[in-house]
Ligand binder design. Sequence first.
Ligand SMILES: [Zn+2]
Ligand SMILES: [Zn+2]
Length: 331
Amino acid sequence: MAVEVVPGIQQLKVPLPMAFLPYVLVYVIKGADGYTLIDSGWATDDSWNALIEQLHELGIDIKDVAHVIATHIHPDHYGLAGRIRDASGCEVVLHEKEHWMGGGGTSTPEEMAEQSRRWLHRHGTPAATIQEMVRASTPARGWQAPPEPDTRLKGGERLKIGPYTLEVTWTPGHTAGHICLVEHEANFMMTGDHVLPTITPNVSIYGDQQGDPLKDFLDSMDKLKPMGIQRGLAAHEHVIEDLPARLDELKEHHANRLNEMFTAIRNGAETTYDIAAGILWGPGSFHKFGGWQQRAAMAETLAHLVYARNRGLLKEEERLGVMVYTLAGER
Ligand SMILES: [Zn+2]
Ligand SMILES: [Zn+2]
């Protein structure tokens, strides 16, 4: 059931094939040349049918869609973009830094499994559990190489859609090319997965990923804060009514997470696996997680460890092919 969250902007709930994330919120705006969808849904028939049905309730045929703008490349946001383009001939729009994990959409599930195996070993996963974690992590549900977008954004563009002008704001961190779409006059922004109402957006380092995504994520928070925008049209859960407060909460959350990890290290944990196992997780105990969730927890932990290492708070060294972390100045 569509909800008009801002005059002229409809919010659709498109179901996803995961229990922990039941739907993605797709925003629909009528423009001069047709409708624009912000995000799309997973590449499943369930997502597709729900999208078509909710558009119909609004009197919109899929052929009337002129643009799909994805806030980022994750399959819950970008998954249906290709199918919508096939049905409507619409333009598919994505930031220029968004690429499929493992390199430009070329990695097969087998290559991804091998990379995963190496990564898990390097970060201290016990040999006995690596196989199970790899099995649980690949292939991703409904795996397929995502379609190429028609248009790549850099950030800074001002998109005129109906009565609104959305400023494309590059907010890397959750992914390398995540964008928020900011309406300064009307005082709202589409926040994608960069800011969510109660869920902490996942910030991770996987595989051979380089860089410091947690630093990027926190810098992106700092980029949004001075804009003083009140409402966030998030891509999951519901609309954020006090965006500045939520930005503060998220920054504090990551500072707290770092401190929890330092405590785990003080208690003897040294590898990403042991540190991830030594801290508390919202959904429950690390050791009760399935393989996919354990790997996600490790990737999130590693993003924090790399951030702390780059700031001189942790020392990182390689011991027999495994990366170990110690508190700088304490040993
Ligand atoms: Zn995402
Ligand atoms: Zn998402």
